[in-house]
Design a protein around this ligand. Structure first.
Ligand code: HSE
Length: 298
């Protein structure tokens, strides 16, 4: 049996809709081996699909099919630490676990770029799947059904302060809120900021991040789907956020902060409480630098 460690991911980074993503040091674990039947367990007792509708299984099946092999029975054990339907890449983590696990069980017929492509095909967009595979900060573009991607590391100057609400927001609903067309000005607004984001996060240019998170493609249409969104954004900036954005399709809200801003956690928790904004918890995370790892089972 092998064990796979997959990082949570935060997509879009505000302006980089369906393109940018960052891996974080918060992990799901999946144990997988071939078996004479399909057996799926949740180590943490979480309510997950236990049959062929299980996403780890479906992703593994995709790889067996790509290899021209019939999928055998599998034993899959999941430890799901990444909260589901919160904009933290929980479904991408399952998909990346399945494609990575199947590739190992088959003797590694596919390289990492091919796994990135498989994962994106299953998920539908590459901005969570690519950083989950590679770690760090990733840029992905699609052309002809193929992912063109590159990874880089986030400067040590930054940490990621994640606010997680106690409600879910399905990606389909958050995508349905978006318009069909955008103006040229809006396109230019976003593409300049997403390029600024990548260079500034990698290069440690803290003063650019407040502008780099701005966007006109998705956040203005999603903010209303998240209770207290505007008030929380304002609070994060009062406490030293360098740039705050809706993580992926939401509803998590992410703030990039200076790694030395150790007072941020306590202040935010206190002020949320004082304002009666209940049901949010805060985690201060670092960028994961390694991406998905295959480990011996323990
Ligand atoms: N880029 C996607 C979106 C991320 O914003 O809809 C969700 O997985």
């Amino acid at each position: 049996m092998i064990r796979i460690k997959i990082p949570a991911t935060s997509a879009n980074l505000g302006s980089g809709f369906d393109s940018l993503g960052v891996a974080l040091n918060w992990y799901n674990y999946v144990w997988i081996e071939e078996s004479d039947r399909l057996e799926i367990f949740a180590k943490d007792g979480m309510d997950i699909p236990m049959g062929k509708d299980n996403l780890v299984y479906q992703a593994a099946e995709f790889v067996y099919n790509a290899c021209g092999k019939k999928i055998p029975g599998l034993k899959i054990i999941q430890e799901n630490n990444i909260p589901m339907a919160r904009g933290m890449g929980s479904s991408s983590a399952c998909i990346v676990a399945g494609v990575t696990g199947a590739n190992e069980l088959l003797g590694r017929p596919f390289d990492r770029d091919t796994l990135i492509n498989f994962a994106c095909k299953i998920e539908g967009h590459p901005d969570n799947t690519t950083p989950a595979v590679l770690g760090g900060l990733t840029v992905s573009a699609m052309d002809g059904g193929r992912v063109y991607s590159v990874g880089t590391q986030v400067s040590e100057k930054f940490r990621f302060a994640l606010l997680i609400p106690n409600f879910q927001l399905k990606t389909e609903r958050a995508r349905a809120a978006l318009p069909m067309q955008y103006s040229k000005q809006d396109a230019v607004y976003n593409l300049s900021r997403s390029a600024l984001m990548v260079a500034s996060l990698a290069g440690g240019k803290a003063e650019n991040l407040r502008v780099a998170v701005q966007d006109k493609l998705h956040q203005p249409f999603r903010a209303d789907l998240i209770d207290n969104c505007a008030e929380i954004f304002a609070l994060t900036y009062q406490n030293g956020s360098l740039g705050t954005y809706i993580s992926g399709a939401g509803p998590c809200i992410m703030s990039i902060i200076e790694s030395g801003n150790t007072a941020y956690y306590g202040r935010m928790v206190k002020q949320l409480e004082e304002r009666g904004i209940a049901g949010w918890r805060l985690e201060v995370l670092e960028s994961d630098r390694e991406g998905t790892q295959v480990l011996p089972a323990t």
